[in-house]
Design a protein around this ligand. Structure first.
Ligand code: GAP
Length: 463
């Protein structure tokens, strides 16, 4: 990953993914999509617009509540999210009452994360949605042209609930998955790709009956995701669960469990080593009901006078109509990539006492599956054979050819980017039609017939 816009001095906390980074991200997304949409029978996929009708964000509650409290430190001039600071929440974990946060700030009970000072301003609320205007002729402040970049992919799923359910003839329980970019004007982005203003989400809304065991289902989905992360090569000891306290729940959630990853193992205090990798929330029927045209208040007034659709579901067996409830596992692509990278990083010392970096990525995530290396680059027959092998493998698996160094250097380069297998073509290969296959993690080598190579590599990569 490269700092974005580097030729102009960069853009704070924005990152561009290079040739290997994009492959790693794609592999994470593909693994997720295969696991949920292909391997299960109860989940469909969608790809909704990033810019939606502004009303989506009004009725989802984001216009009114998707904001964070920010404070400034009068001493060191840094700007921070107030609710992330020591002393912001009262001891005992009860919810803050109106005005209590500012009382605590003024009483010096909240500390600046940067310099430790308690000389902080009052908190101010800041809506995190990025604003834009639609149409070439619209003025920047024209409210009728106002639109937002989506801050979550979830709403694109809710507003398509009926489209998917009816066209795919689905009965609940079933889920809808979406992967794509989301945007939040974070007050304090940072820590590499952990918190950025533009990021990618993998979200799934699982629609269930109103009387299902929702709270238990949150736990079930949490367990499934923990196993999925382990399958990506993440060590279970670097994962832990966090039950989000009531006062910190998002406006739509009745229960949320966060899966935390140990992103900061270097921090001395165990508590500060963890950060959210993803969250699993019980969103009730909040979203489908909010976007529906029919629900009314006690006086019979429509709650949503702008909607033209009723997103309710008719349950054939019970002949009843209701708004399905939702369990939502919401994961971040970038945070998953960061966790995977951190867990895969290892070092090993070779016979010469040199330390080598080995990225022990699960084969399914490795950007390159096999590197084809000629032992002598000045021997046209060896080079020709190596290039032909690379071309023959490419339709089946991602392979590269490299002859820009001695064999030791070529191996080290592939180890460092996590390529599970290297294939070396040597002088003997010209006679016996066989090559050497070297393993990234053990450095062990094996002689394999070229005619059996594709199958051999596929078998090894599937382990
Ligand atoms: N629809 C629910 C939702 O968006 P969230 O906990 O706000 O829930 C889900 O976001 C996941 O998206 C997070 O657990 C994290 O992995 C990722 N995410 C959220 N904000 C992010 C940011 N600023 N940078 C990187 N990833 C982010």
């Amino acid at each position: 990953m490269f700092p974005s816009s580097e030729v102009y001095g960069g853009l704070g906390s924005a990152w561009d993914y290079g040739p290997l980074g994009v492959e790693l991200c794609n592999n994470v997304k593909q693994s997720w999509w295969r696991w949920l949409v292909y391997d299960r029978d109860d989940i469909e996929g969608v790809d909704s617009s990033i810019i939606l009708n502004r009303l989506v964000w009004r009725y989802s509650g984001h216009e009114a509540t998707f904001h964070d409290p920010l404070v400034d430190c009068r001493e060191c001039k840094s700007r921070m999210r107030a609710d992330k600071l020591d002393g912001y929440f009262p001891e005992g974990g009860h919810a803050l009452v109106k005005g209590e946060a500012n009382e605590r700030l003024r009483a010096g009970r909240v500390k600046c994360a940067n310099c430790g000072s308690t000389n902080l301003t009052d908190e101010r609320y800041f809506n995190m949605m990025f604003r834009t205007t639609l149409g070439a002729a619209s003025a920047d402040d024209d409210p009728t042209a106002l639109a937002y970049l989506r801050p979550e992919t979830a709403q694109g799923i809710f507003i398509n609930f009926l489209n998917v359910q009816t066209t795919m003839r689905r009965k609940i329980p079933f889920g809808i998955a979406q992967v794509g970019k989301s945007f939040r004007n974070e007050i304090t982005p940072g820590n590499f790709i952990l918190r950025t203003r533009e990021f990618e989400q993998m979200e799934m809304e699982y629609f269930v009956r109103p009387d299902a065991e929702h709270l238990k289902m949150v736990e079930e989905w949490t367990e499934l995701y923990v196993e999925w992360f382990k399958g990506l090569g993440i060590d279970g000891r670097n994962l832990k669960l966090h039950e989000v306290p009531k006062e910190e729940l998002a406006h739509y959630s009745k229960r949320t469990i966060d899966i935390m990853y140990r992103y900061f193992p270097e921090r001395p205090e165990e508590e500060r080593q963890w950060e959210e990798l993803m969250g699993i929330a019980y969103r009730t029927d909040f979203d489908l009901l909010s976007h529906s045209s029919k629900p009314v208040d006690e006086e019979g007034k429509r709650l949503n006078p702008d909607s033209t659709e009723d997103l309710s579901y008719f349950d054939e067996p019970t002949k009843t109509r209701f708004y399905p409830h939702v369990i939502e596992p919401a994961a971040g692509v970038n945070r998953t990539v960061l966790a995977v990278l951190m867990d895969a990083y290892s070092e090993r010392t070779n016979d010469k006492g040199e330390t080598r970096v080995i990225l022990k990525l699960a084969p399914q995530l490795a950007p390159i599956k096999a590197a084809i290396l000629p032992l002598a680059k000045n021997k046209p027959e060896i080079v020709g054979m190596a290039k032909a092998i690379k071309r023959s493998l490419q339709p089946t698996l991602r392979a590269v050819y490299d002859d820009t160094g001695g064999i030791g250097k070529l191996y080290a380069r592939q180890d460092e980017i996590g390529t599970p297998l290297c294939v070396t073509v040597d002088h003997q290969s010209l006679e016996d039609e066989a090559v050497t296959v070297r393993d990234r993690d053990t450095w062990e080598q094996e002689r394999v017939k070229v005619s059996e190579l594709t199958e051999h590599l596929q078998r090894r990569l599937a382990r």
